[in-house]
Write a protein that binds this ligand. Structure first.
Ligand code: SAH
Length: 240
């Protein structure tokens, strides 16, 4: 992974932000474009809760929060959540939804790098899920997530592996055959191998504590945590 952007504002792909803004009204439609994220959410929430031994009272930043599927669910568990994204349309939907569900959390339009520059070593937990594969320079996001978290705190990432199977499942399958998500949601070139992600993590003061695969179990109709990182995977890090 490169870290070649000259200015932190370069690390936002306007095409990606426009794409998510155009889909923003769908964020809370359980049968809509973000159905896979809704199906995935209980599994990743449980993984995070288990890793941090409960979310109640924890200070959290959710980076690339979208419509707040994960952010809101963490706030509901009692975490004090700040959720950031660069798509204003998504943030507006997220704020409205939090009002409807009477959940208290703080949505802000900012980049990970700008937020980290103002909030060093402050949070118990940082989550950055399904976002790294949408930015020009994932390594800079990883560094920013590391900067925000306190020493001893946790950072979680999830993304998509760069394998032929991931191409078949995430692009051909999910976009063209099942039509679970719109065509163009993902680009194969931006998928990230675990080895690349771990190499970027190694350049920070984060240590990877756990790496797991996430697979959809068709019979159960839910995502389960597995040892197979061929397609979707998550990892938990701790700051030294
Ligand atoms: N993390 C959420 C949403 C994932 S979709 C979840 O898993 O439920 C990816 C999100 O990343 C979109 O909301 C998009 O607007 C956001 N994003 C993409 N590039 C970004 C950037 N450079 N800075 C902040 N957010 C970004």
């Amino acid at each position: 992974m490169s870290s070649n952007n000259d200015s932190i504002t370069d690390n936002v792909d306007p095409k990606e932000i426009a794409k998510f803004s155009a889909m923003a009204e769908q964020w809370w439609d359980l049968e809509g474009d973000f159905k896979p994220l809704h199906l995935l959410n209980p599994t990743r929430l449980a993984y995070i809760e288990q890793g941090v031994e409960g979310l109640f009272g924890k200070t959290v930043v959710d980076v690339g929060c979208g419509g707040g599927i994960l952010a809101e669910s963490m706030a509901k568990q009692g975490a004090k959540v700040i959720a950031i994204d660069m798509a204003e349309a998504s943030l507006q939907i997220a704020r409205l939804h939090a009002l409807e569900t009477q959940t208290s959390l703080d949505y802000q339009k900012t980049t990970a790098e700008a937020f980290a520059a103002l909030h060093k070593d402050q949070f118990d937990l940082v989550t950055c899920m399904e976002m790294l594969e949408h930015v020009p320079d994932p390594a800079a996001i990883i560094q920013a997530c590391c900067d925000m978290v306190k020493s001893g705190g946790s950072v979680y990432f999830s993304t998509i592996n760069k394998t032929f199977k991931a191409y078949i499942m995430m692009i051909l399958g999910a976009e063209y055959v099942l039509k679970w998500v719109p065509k163009g949601t993902h680009e194969y070139e931006k998928f990230i191998r675990p080895s690349q992600l771990l190499a970027a993590i190694d350049k920070t003061t984060l240590t990877c504590e756990d790496l797991c695969g996430v697979e959809f179990n068709v019979l159960a109709g839910e995502f389960i945590i597995t040892r197979n990182v061929d397609v979707n995977y998550m990892l938990r890090c701790q700051k030294r």
